[in-house]
Design a protein around this ligand. Sequence first.
Ligand SMILES: NC(=O)c1ccc[n+]([C@@H]2O[C@H](COP(=O)([O-])OP(=O)(O)OC[C@H]3O[C@@H](n4cnc5c(N)ncnc54)[C@H](OP(=O)(O)O)[C@@H]3O)[C@@H](O)[C@H]2O)c1
Length: 281
Amino acid sequence: MGTMSKVWISGANGRLGSAMNALLNKREYEILNTDVEEVDITNAEDVMTYGTMNRPGIIINCAGYTDLEGCESNPEKAYQVNALGARNISIVARKIGAKLIHISTDDVFDGEGHVPYGEFDRPTPKSVYGKSKLAGEQFVRDFAEKYMIIRSSWVYGEGENFVQDLLDAAKIKDTLRIANDQYASPTSSIELAKLVMHLMEISEYGLYHGTCSGSCSRYEFAKEVLKLAGVKVAVEPVPTKHADFTNARPAYTVLDNFMLRIATNYKMADWKAALEIYMKK
Ligand SMILES: NC(=O)c1ccc[n+]([C@@H]2O[C@H](COP(=O)([O-])OP(=O)(O)OC[C@H]3O[C@@H](n4cnc5c(N)ncnc54)[C@H](OP(=O)(O)O)[C@@H]3O)[C@@H](O)[C@H]2O)c1
């Protein structure tokens, strides 16, 4: 009998971690789930001990400090989790020969472009979140050997997210004011998890942009969510500074999944189709 591949999912309680658990076949993989309570990735020694004791063949780092405003007010924590955490996991991955799949973000771009960003475009983040995530990517490149970094955008899924916030707000407000000056590709956590699974099975290492195909403004995204949910509420397109969901975000961060196209031929689902599947659940 062959031994099952061991997969360590760090940040297992988050949106992507939950989606990974929903998708991964438990007969095929032995899954080791940890979140901050079990293994705080900012603790280098704990990360090393856990990794060397369990020796997973694959590590998926879904852990992150993803609160944008929190990152601005607490940059120390942002860099501890998003940068040093990624470093700690990379070091143990190298030591035990594990493949590391690390998740990053479109916020590494400043958002001032007008055409989709590819993996070979130079990132120049503006926010503390984006800067700390880029520092994390750099640590992965420096310390891990077999790694894949996936940059995604506007991820929604189980747990707190824009789709849920929007539906909650629609229950108590007459009019929703949504930013019409932010553009990206909404990506369902399930579609992102499917991509992670695809990359788990191949050895084309490196950096990937992994977002659902197509793009839209935050306003168009909101309209689509409300339409699919059958919720009738007035929606007003406004600039970010007047929007209800005021997360300061880069204006334009549409990503081109260029590497997926040239290296693996893997196609991500269309954002509207993926949203429809999510909303049905
Ligand atoms: N959501 C998006 O729009 C988006 C877009 C692009 C990329 N990403 C990236 O994708 C990854 C997964 O995102 P997500 O949406 O699943 O995020 P999430 O829902 O916020 O999940 C992150 C998980 O990591 C945990 N965590 C925080 N600090 C930790 C620590 N020191 N040690 C161990 N675990 C820790 C969090 O716990 P607590 O909740 O208790 O803090 C949470 O369970 C992140 O790296 C994020 O930067 C997200």
